[in-house]
Design a protein. Structure first.
Length: 402
């Protein structure tokens, strides 16, 4: 009887364990699988990323919400929905989403969209600071650095090099590599803190261990001059030589990466991928350095060919780029009227950059009768699309039109 009761007791415990594991798995399944698939697609620049992130977000995955916000803002020029996703993720404690909201306030994008008539640059900086502080209080070092920058520039707060240094120091102490470099440089120059070569060397060496080779120039200089460390010219020479070899290797690896990327983009464009057509045209437009020996030379004929193919398939980005080509006389004879036609085509598709450019054309009287009021109207349209340059133009106009 005792053995039988033990058997039932064991069975009951097993059932409870299975139930607990099932509930636990369900509770923790916040769309992680869909989110990981979305990230794989994201890094491959695949449009499928958006649908995977949506599936994960529907299950409460705050990282997926953050990525939806990013895709809306960066890839789709859709700031309204982008901000909505960032806010949803922020409500769930996602610090990167909080930082993104702060960044969008700092750039004037959210503030202008929320209150275009009563827009206040100073208010935006203060709201940006509030969001950065929320993220920083939860350990986000990027937000800490941006708080420091606002103190350094005196935006939304009283200017203070000392406060700027303290915020960067907090981020550095939490392992932020960029902040470590700033702190090392601050100790070296004495900006925002007392000059201290020994501490400067310590922070630069920490930064170097994390892979930031830009610190080498300071470390070598300090060994040569005996600042913060005993003078050691031999070690300085060796470090400098190793860095040159390391840099040459890095350049070669980077070149191979860009070469593969270029030919992969070219293949996609030839297969009819519109986004690849625009990217390929951009490569031909500006040229592309692969390494010390290999270059993709500027070829405006090829650039225009691919811009035109992409535009024919409805790419507003390509239309905008063709407008720039006519405006600047790249590959075409300079023609303001044709530039305006392409900008207008892109603006029909709600391209914010094109709207901003149309405003500039009216503001300077390029191809149209000069009309500052019409320029303002176009800049307002562009600003509602989140165009940063249009917001800056409106800020400037507000200060100088009074």
């Amino acid at each position: 009887m005792h053995l039988k009761s033990q058997k039932f007791k064991g069975l009951a415990l097993c059932l409870i364990a299975v139930m607990f594991i099932g509930v636990s798995a369900q509770a923790h399944d916040k769309g992680e699988a869909a989110y990981k698939k979305g990230m794989k697609c994201y890094w491959k620049n695949s449009p499928e990323a958006f649908s995977y992130f949506q599936k994960a977000a529907a299950k409460g995955n705050d990282d997926a919400m953050k990525m939806l916000g990013r895709l809306c803002v960066v890839n789709r020029d859709d700031y309204v929905n982008g901000v909505k996703w960032f806010r949803k993720a922020a409500e769930l404690g996602n610090t990167l989403a909080m930082w993104h909201i702060g960044l969008l306030y700092q750039s004037g994008i959210i503030g202008y969209q929320e209150n275009p008539e009563g827009y206040s640059e100073e208010k935006d900086y203060k709201l940006a600071m509030q969001w950065y502080q929320k993220a920083a209080s939860l350990g986000n070092t990027t937000a800490m650095r941006d708080i420091g920058r606002l103190y350094g520039k005196g935006k939304g707060v009283a200017q203070s090099d000392a406060e700027e240094f303290q915020w960067f120091l907090k981020a550095a102490q939490l392992g932020d590599r960029s902040a470590m470099y700033f702190v090392g440089e601050a100790y070296y120059t004495g900006k925002g803190t007392a000059q201290n070569y020994k501490k400067s060397m310590e922070w630069f060496q920490k930064c170097l261990k994390l892979g930031d080779h830009s610190t080498i120039r300071y470390i070598v200089k300090m060994y040569r001059e005996g600042k913060g460390v005993p003078q050691n010219i031999e070690l300085a020479d060796k470090m400098e030589q190793r860095e040159k070899q390391s840099y040459a290797k890095e350049v070669a690896e980077t070149g191979r990466y860009y070469a593969k990327k270029f030919y992969r983009t070219k293949t996609k464009a030839e297969q009819g991928d519109v986004q690849a057509m625009v990217e390929l045209a951009g490569n031909y437009n500006s040229g592309l350095k692969l390494d010390h020996k290999q270059y993709i030379k500027v070829d405006m004929n090829k650039a225009i060919y691919w811009y035109q193919k992409a535009a024919a398939r409805g790419s507003e980005s390509a239309m905008y780029d063709l407008g720039n080509c006519y405006l600047l006389g790249m590959g075409f004879k300079r023609d303001f009227s044709k530039a305006m036609l392409w900008y207008q085509q892109a603006a029909i598709g709600q391209d914010g950059a094109a709207m901003y450019s149309i405003g500039k054309m009216y503001n300077f009287g390029h191809g149209v009768q000069k009309d500052h009021n019409v320029a303002i109207k176009w800049w307002k349209r562009a600003a509602r699309r989140g165009n940063r340059y249009a917001i800056d133009a409106l800020r400037y106009a507000a200060k100088h039109d009074e």
